[in-house]
Structures are given as structure tokens and as C-alpha cells.
Design a protein around this ligand. Structure first.
Ligand SMILES: [Zn+2]
Length: 239
């Protein structure tokens, strides 16, 4: 099992690891701070360097067959097995994803508390993100109102915390019920909970900033009507 360093500390930019397995053009590490693709977030990119100075680019990290696979370029040689590597994350892209991701969670809290609207999907990239939610209509005035509300939250001091909770405890917390904690597979007994104090609480495996005041300004790019109850908003964060 690879230890997921990014789940307890989203601010690790460089770390040491050991290559435990080589699977085609990917490697499995004993521990990783590279956040892998999933939960609507893109994979980190970055570099791995051996003690003898061989450098590999991390193209993508993803979860498959119970393993976190790190796809490298050039293709890793068998001699890499059991070697120690110094790893560095492409921080600019990662940090923007963290800001976008926490903004999406804050938006989810606002949409529910203010409009009773549930987020049904989302996709985050460092440049531009989208969120899908259930709401009957989404005219321009309402988009402007939502943007104003989220920006009021973002400039405020709302710490973001990560904690772990037993499944049975999570199933009775209203914010977690709303974000469909019951749909998490039964075999998952301990849930990682991300809370934006006073704004939102969700079971989540991804990387976040530590406080909403790190996010910057939320900017709506475009809204789309995708059916009676289904609306989509594209957004970014500035700068
Ligand atoms: Zn999330």
C-alpha cells in the first residue's frame, strides 16, 4: 500500500520515496504526495530523480487495481526497482487545483443552504472548472447573486480542516447526508471528512487549501441550461 501523504498535508511540494514496483510505463511508490486523478480532479505532474541523477517526468498518477500508478517518461527501466527517488510536484498547477477545489466545495455549501440545490458533478483543472447542480432556473441575476455570495465567503476567514470519522457517525450528519455519504462503498469504514468551517462538510479524498482566504476571487465564466433541473456553471479563480 502506498502511503498517501497529500491526504494529511496538501502543502508538501517535495518528498522522498522508494520505488516498490514497476508496471509497464508506471511505478508504484512506498509513499506519494502526487495527488492522483479522481474525484473530478486532474493528476499532478512533476519530476522524480534518482540518487544518481536520472530524471523522470511524471506524466500522470492514477489509481488502478488497488494501486497508485505513476506514469513516467522516459519509460522506467527494471534497474529502478527499490531505488530511492526525490520527487517534486509542479506546484503552480497543483496549488491552483487546490484553490479551485475548495471553491467548489464552498459553492456546494452555498447552493444548498441558500437555494436547497444539490451539486451533482464537477470537473476541476488548474485553468477552468465546472460544476453541475440541480436548480430550477439560473438566470443571469441569480448567477451574479451566487458569485457575490461565494466571494463574501472566500474573503472571510474560514479554515479548512481534514479529519477522519467512522462511517456510522458520518451517516447521521446533515451536511454529509446531503453530499450523499451513503453512496460511498460499504467496505469503506473510515471516511476522510473535509470541512470548511461554517460553510460546507463533505467526505472527500482530494487536496484543498487550508483557508478560504487563499482562494482569491471566484469568477463565473459561463452558465448553461442542461435540462429542467440541471444547470452547469464554468468558473475560475483569480489571479
Ligand atoms: Zn471534493
Amino acid at each position: 500500500m502506498t502511503k498517501l501523504l497529500f491526504q494529511d498535508d496538501s502543502y508538501i511540494k517535495n518528498f522522498e520515496a522508494e520505488i516498490k514496483e514497476i508496471v509497464e510505463d508506471t511505478v508504484v511508490l512506498n509513499q506519494t504526495a502526487f495527488a492522483y486523478r479522481g474525484g473530478g480532479l486532474q493528476s499532478d505532474t512533476g519530476y522524480l530523480e534518482t540518487t544518481s541523477g536520472e530524471k523522470y517526468e511524471l506524466i500522470e498518477a492514477y489509481f488502478k487495481g488497488g494501486k497508485v500508478l505513476h506514469k513516467l517518461s522516459p519509460t522506467p527501466q527494471k534497474s529502478l526497482l527499490n531505488q530511492k527517488v526525490s520527487c517534486s510536484i509542479n506546484w503552480d498547477a497543483r496549488y491552483r487545483q487546490m484553490r479551485m477545489h475548495t471553491a467548489l466545495h464552498a459553492l456546494s455549501g452555498i447552493l444548498f443552504k441558500k437555494y436547497g440545490s444539490t451539486v451533482t458533478g464537477g470537473n476541476i483543472t488548474p485553468e477552468k472548472s465546472r460544476v453541475d447542480f440541480e436548480i430550477d432556473h439560473l438566470r443571469q441575476e441569480r448567477v451574479e447573486e451566487i458569485v457575490k455570495e461565494i466571494n463574501e465567503i472566500l474573503v472571510g476567514d474560514h479554515p479548512v480542516s481534514v479529519s477522519y470519522m467512522k462511517r456510522e457517525e458520518a451517516l447521521i450528519i446533515p451536511d454529509l447526508i446531503r453530499t450523499k455519504v451513503n453512496l460511498i462503498p460499504e467496505r469503506v469504514k473510515t471516511l476522510r471528512i473535509v470541512e470548511i468551517k461554517g460553510v460546507d462538510m463533505q467526505a472527500d479524498g482530494g487536496v484543498h487549501v487550508a483557508n478560504t482566504n487563499e482562494i482569491g476571487e471566484f469568477v463565473s465564466l459561463k452558465s448553461e441550461n442542461r435540462g429542467k433541473n440541471n444547470k452547469r456553471l464554468y468558473f475560475t479563480v483569480k489571479p
